[in-house]
Design a binder for this molecule. Structure first.
Ligand code: NAD
Ligand code: UDP
Length: 330
């Protein structure tokens, strides 16, 4: 089975390529390298002993995408390619809508044209917005008021509408919670450009001495220790969830939360990191970050019941593997 992985040199995409190749799939990566490096292809080959085909191309480029579909007998698409920085999306809304929506439309058009029936889409827990935790797939969506979250909700809608008139399509909308960690080889992981926005890469950069201290955004939330609670999921567990969706989902639209179902506070994550790696993380409590919710965690029963998938790795492994990757970075 041949799978086209857009955004395959990115954080989650690269780990999914490893799992696909290790499970006997053939992989084509399409990535424009706007937020990743070509060397990741070598790393994937080093880990798996198999080299995926790589196209440096833009998923919004109709000609380039059509050429890939017309050249290769693709069986399924996993669409990771997208811009994902919430703050940047507020500053550059048109770029976010154009990139994230157009890439999804162009890929789905080609699936219809070339008879590719399996489509897996990277959605996000951000589409639940201010709903009550734990988030369940049946909840009405309330995307947070930023263009990034809106693009995810809109893409879900676009794909759902397309599937309704193409009943042969099998579309999985995977709502990720907070992916962290790295492959145990330490060869691939999350390598954000500039100062990280997300908690785990910020912690690893403080651990390395690149940044002096962590700022904890608020300790007055209605949570057990007052800091924000999230459902962190090891990126390898997340990657495995994609294989489960690709293999087990039949025709129609299927929505799955991919998380652990457990909430961890900012202070708990700091403690877990310190314990797992025997490193102290200096931190300071500052004000809340605008737009943050107090708690975000998944009800994961649907993915377990229908896909037989459950996240296996805990916070300790997430911290250990994230740090191993960071240490390996130049
Ligand atoms: P990433 O930035 O590491 O990977 C995305 C990849 O897509 C990058 O390699 C980038 O170069 C590529 N890309 C972007 N636009 C492209 C385009 N038009 N054409 C071709 N390639 C393009 O991000 P990630 O963390 O691996 O996220 C993957 C997907 O999962 C994204 O759609 C993201 O919105 C979604 N997601 C991520 C998180 C998270 O916390 N990391 C949470 C929920 C959802
Ligand atoms: N956070 C923090 N300091 C940072 C980055 C994040 O205290 O430098 C907190 C943030 O307020 C939230 C949690 O860590 O409660 C996870 O934030 P992240 O940006 O990683 O993910 P989000 O769930 O916001 O997408």
């Amino acid at each position: 089975m041949l799978v086209l992985v857009t955004g395959g040199t990115g954080f989650i995409g690269s780990h999914t390529c490893v799992e696909l190749l290790n499970s006997g799939y053939e992989v084509i990566i399409l990535d424009n390298l706007v937020n990743s490096k070509r060397e990741v292809v070598d790393r994937i080959a080093q880990i798996t002993g198999k080299r995926p085909l790589f196209y440096e191309a833009d998923a919004t480029d109709e000609t380039a995408v059509d050429l890939i579909f017309s050249t290769h007998p693709i069986d399924g698409v996993i669409h990771f390619a997208g811009l994902k920085a919430v703050g940047e999306s507020v500053q550059m809304p048109l770029a976010y809508y154009k990139n994230n929506l157009l890439s999804t439309i162009v890929l789905m058009e080609n699936c219809v044209k070339y008879g590719v029936q399996r489509f897996v889409f990277s959605s996000s827990a951000t589409v639940y917005g201010e709903n009550q935790v734990p988030f369940v797939e049946t909840m009405e969506l309330r995307p947070r008021t930023n263009p990034y979250g809106e693009t995810k909700a809109m893409c879900e809608r676009i794909l759902t509408d397309a599937a309704s008139i193409h009943p042969e399509l099998s579309v999985s909308l995977l709502r990720y919670f907070n992916p962290v960690g790295a492959h145990e080889s330490g060869l691939i992981g999350e390598a954000p450009q500039g100062i990280p926005n997300n908690l785990m890469p910020y912690i690893t950069q403080v651990a390395k001495g690149i940044l002096p201290e962590l700022q904890v955004f608020g300790n007055d939330y209605p949570t057990p220790d007052g800091t924000g609670v999230r459902d962190y999921i090891h990126v390898v567990d997340l990657a495995e969830g994609h294989l489960a969706a690709l293999e087990q989902v039949g025709p129609g639209v299927h929505i799955y939360n991919l998380g652990t179902g457990r909430g961890t506070s900012v202070l708990e994550l700091i403690s877990a990191f310190e314990e797992a790696n025997s490193i102290r993380i200096p931190y300071r409590i500052v004000g809340r970050r605008p737009g943050d919710v107090a708690e975000c965690y998944a009800d994961v029963s649907k993915a377990h019941a229908e896909l037989g998938w459950t996240a296996k790795r805990g916070v300790y492994e997430m911290c250990r593997d994230a740090w191993r990757f960071e240490k390996n970075q130049g």
